[in-house]
Design a protein around this ligand. Sequence first.
Ligand SMILES: Cc1cc2nc3c(=O)[nH]c(=O)nc-3n(C[C@H](O)[C@H](O)[C@H](O)COP(=O)(O)OP(=O)(O)OC[C@H]3O[C@@H](n4cnc5c(N)ncnc54)[C@H](O)[C@@H]3O)c2cc1C
Length: 366
Amino acid sequence: MSSCSDVWKEKKRVVVVGGGIAGALIVKQLQFHADVILVDPKEYFEMPWTWLRAMVEPTFAERGIIDHTDYFKNGRLVTATASSVSENEIMTSEGRYISFDYLVIATGHLDTVPMTRMQRLVTFRENHQKISYAKSVLVIGGGPTGVEFCAELVTAFPNKKITLVHSGPRLMEFVGTKAATKCYEWLAARNVDILLEQTVNLEAVTEEGTYETSRGETIVADCHFECTGRKLSSTWLQDTILQSSLDEEGRLAVDQHLRVKGYDHIFAIGDITNITEIKQGLYAQKHAQVAAKNIKNLLKGDKKAKLASYKPGKAIAMVTLGRKEAMAYFPFLTVVGCVPGFLKAKDYFVGRTRKQLGLEPHHHQS
Ligand SMILES: Cc1cc2nc3c(=O)[nH]c(=O)nc-3n(C[C@H](O)[C@H](O)[C@H](O)COP(=O)(O)OP(=O)(O)OC[C@H]3O[C@@H](n4cnc5c(N)ncnc54)[C@H](O)[C@@H]3O)c2cc1C
């Protein structure tokens, strides 16, 4: 009879670094096929697209923040950040070495968030309180996050003064002009003050509640939120064997099977990859599915196993405009209103994402 530790030894080890959209799904899919270790600095997985609704309705965060142990039942969770990697092991921030047969890098972004789910839920309650007390709110950044956030704010708090400042000549430069204009009009019709081609230097704020833009305009706001994009988490790969696989933006070059170029046993998935497509959770989930399939095949020991290929996703986007409407952008079509709103605005894909992780779509955990 083999002991527990013998059983682990017989299995190949897959280490997944990063427990975001991509990392959580691949862990879920591989947990009964290998000795799986997930390395993530937090004890939970969260869906970034729920943040904006959760800021104005904190209970909305409850279904979108899930303890890793709720879907990852057969493996080990190491709550740490990875700080280095070699051919067959990673090093964590506390100096621990973890060896692997296969490695999956899914470290998209590293946000400054608390370690436990309960603490994370508190941050949304605190932000909600801050917004509730404010008469005016400044939102910096007119990408999809800034636009969705303004729409959530005006829907939940129609009497607050909302100002949106964006550095570009139009909102959301990554979608077509028509789509951007429709979102602009939607917000303007609800009295959001939109300032384009301007920036706000937060370091130069002297008087509390008074902000100055790069064009010298003054904005008075009781609080502000930055929606200017998240930094990639790939600095930990610098000065390692994977340094030469990083592009100028810090993304990892992968082949069509999602293996880091030049390595048969190291995969990368999600926003950290340099696949030419819009960086979306939807695609990060698809990467996880393709890489899981390939790793399962490789685990069977068949060196000639045919590996699945990933086809880059199309340039589509869906931006929520309050509780009922949304803007759906496809290469040759833009639709605004309740039809795309029906797909995203009510639930923000939370039920669907929970189901993918094998959880009840509507179960409240707290
Ligand atoms: C406000 C907002 C709204 C969005 N809306 C949508 C939407 O409607 N639809 C859509 O498809 N996409 C949307 N996105 C994009 C989507 O969230 C990302 O594409 C997706 O989260 C990428 O998943 P990922 O797993 O690659 O990275 P992430 O979700 O960023 O996860 C990375 C994980 O890696 C961990 N990590 C980082 N560095 C390390 C390290 N060194 N060691 C260990 N762990 C590490 C982090 O803690 C995190 O858990 C939205 C994003 C934001 C911010």
